[in-house]
Design a protein around this ligand. Structure first.
Ligand code: PEP
Length: 259
């Protein structure tokens, strides 16, 4: 049985004050974890600070971004090896906010994906369609394009082994509206089938997360669905008490269904 992976994306939020106020709650999350792993994605500058509190727990660190260069004259950037150095395990790439506000295109994201894999960390690849693309029934095409850019660059489908694909409809992120569960199922099945058509064996080693306005009141829609292996959570992860309620609910559900 795969453990669930819940990634808490803090985006551009947090401070020493915020962390210090919440650190007991953060550490407490570990007491509830049996079927889930939690990975926290604070802004870069707090990764190392948080790391000292989560050693020997089932809580790990995720970075929200990484550069495609490993060293050199790239002012303002952070490399994979630097992230590795401070104990990061996962790196989010392709988040719609980076695609939109930082003009990151599929080629750059593909480069990041491959580099992360080559250096032994785990990419969390966000894919998903805009509202407009959904309206024109382009969801499958958009998601496959995003997968294809990686396949094209690496020329080897095994690059997807032990990685995470987070299906995040862009219109659902931060909007309070979740995606229809049947549509989530269809798109995940579609992607699975597509990758399987190259190599059946690796598909069981790919995690599929859902992200987009997940909270305590709507999480039931996504539980009991064997094709979802976790969640990428933004807003709720900043309210630690609510985040713990959410984690407890997920754990309770997994306990009653899987044990
Ligand atoms: C996200 O930004 O990846 C996300 C899922 O955010 P939210 O949970 O706030 O919709």
């Amino acid at each position: 049985m795969k453990k669930f992976l819940i990634t808490a994306n803090w985006k551009l939020n947090g401070s020493y004050n915020f962390i210090n106020k919440n650190i007991d709650l953060i550490k407490k999350i570990n007491d509830y974890l049996h079927f889930c792993h939690i990975s926290l994605a604070p802004p870069y500058v707090y990764l190392n600070y948080i790391n000292q509190f989560i050693k020997n727990t089932s809580i790990s660190l995720t970075a929200q971004n990484v550069d495609i260069h490993l060293k050199g004259s790239f002012t303002g950037e952070t490399s994979i090896n630097m992230l590795k150095d401070i104990g990061v395990k996962y790196i989010i790439i392709g988040h719609s906010e980076r695609r939109l506000y930082h003009n990151e295109n599929i080629n750059l994201i593909a480069k990041k994906f491959i580099l992360i894999k080559e250096h032994g960390l785990i990419p969390i690849l966000c894919i998903g369609e805009t509202k407009e693309q959904k309206k024109y029934k382009l969801t499958e095409k958009i998601c496959i394009n995003q997968i294809n850019s990686i396949l094209k660059l690496s020329n080897n489908v095994n690059i997807f082994e032990n990685t995470i694909i987070a299906y995040e409809p862009i219109w659902a992120i931060g909007s309070g509206k979740i995606a229809n569960i049947d549509e989530v199922k269809n798109i995940i099945f579609f992607i699975r089938k597509y990758i399987s058509s190259f190599n059946k064996k690796i598909i069981e080693n790919i995690y599929f997360q859902y992200g987009g306005s997940v909270d305590y009141s709507n999480i039931d829609n996504f539980l009991n669905k064997t094709y979802i292996n976790g969640f990428l959570i933004g807003k709720v992860s900043l309210k630690l008490k609510n985040f713990i309620f959410l984690v407890k609910k997920i754990e309770k559900n997994l306990n009653s269904n899987w044990s």
